[in-house]
Write a protein that binds this ligand. Structure first.
Ligand code: PGA
Length: 257
């Protein structure tokens, strides 16, 4: 929900999808959406397409572009990894830190995620810290404990009040499952995250954007945006179709709910 302090951000995470030609077409469409729509729009393409996507959006485009992950070290013998400085050098504005697939498929720990977040800040990028519980953790009543642990680790890498930060609440069970959290579940988790940030830094808590992610579609985005602590969305599958992404990125609170 838009507040005076917080602009809604709708971001598309393309994961490992798309040819170069598709990425260029999707970027051009997302640029048009960013130009026309009421919200800030960003995309997270596969690393090999970042340069083409940034070029397709064009100089001065309001479309934000980000990397899907970065390594904590600025350089070194880390085959296959991408540094935050490399992403910044390409013209990226954002980077995802600790997306669920990085944590659960690639084994990134809280410590690694925090270090990558610190590296992102060092490089001048805005980190998008992704947090979220598994189905088992939710069933065991551990949702808040998991969110607290992942949030605290990430916040530990923030150096100053001026450092930019976006948080994304993405319950693991909702990602790619077609089974989104309910707006009520999102409200509980987002409220918990904002209160926890406020305990140490009320100003950051008021300003930080907390995105919801996990099976967001054009038909359910309005319900999420109607939640006062939801400041946008991180969209996976539905971001791969420019038309559905445009509908999501232009949605108003309550629409389609
Ligand atoms: P989904 O993915 O929208 O396909 O559930 C969200 C994400 O992983 O960021």
């Amino acid at each position: 929900m838009t507040t005076p302090e917080r602009t809604v951000l709708v971001a598309g995470n393309w994961k490992m999808h798309g040819t170069r030609a598709e990425a260029v077409a999707w970027a051009a469409a997302a640029h048009e959406t960013a130009m026309a729509g009421p919200h800030e729009v960003a995309v997270f393409p596969p690393a090999p397409w970042l340069e083409a996507v940034i070029a397709a959006a064009g100089a001065g485009s309001p479309l934000g572009v980000g990397g899907q992950a970065c390594h904590p070290e600025p350089k070194g013998a880390f085959t296959g990894a991408v540094s935050a400085g490399m992403l910044a050098d390409l013209g990226c504005r954002y980077v995802l830190c600790g997306h669920s697939e990085r944590r659960h498929v690639f084994g990134e720990t809280d410590e690694f995620v925090a270090a990558s977040l610190g590296a992102a800040l060092e490089a001048g990028l805005t980190p998008v810290l992704c947090v979220g519980e598994t189905a088992e953790e939710r069933a065991a009543g551990q949702t808040e404990a998991v969110l607290a642990r992942q949030l605290d680790a990430g916040l530990g890498a923030v150096r100053s009040a001026a450092d930019p930060l976006v948080v994304a609440y993405e319950p693991v069970w909702a990602i790619g499952s077609g089974n989104p959290a309910t707006p009520t579940e999102a409200a509980e988790a987002h409220g918990f995250l904002r209160a926890r940030i406020a305990a140490n830094d009320p100003e950051r808590a008021a300003a930080v954007r907390i995105l919801y992610g996990g099976s967001v579609k054009a038909s359910n985005i309005g319900g999420f945006l109607a939640v006062s602590d939801v400041d946008g969305a991180l969209v996976g599958g539905a971001a791969l179709d420019p038309e559905s992404f445009a509908q999501i990125a232009c949605a108003e609170a309550g629409a389609g709910a």
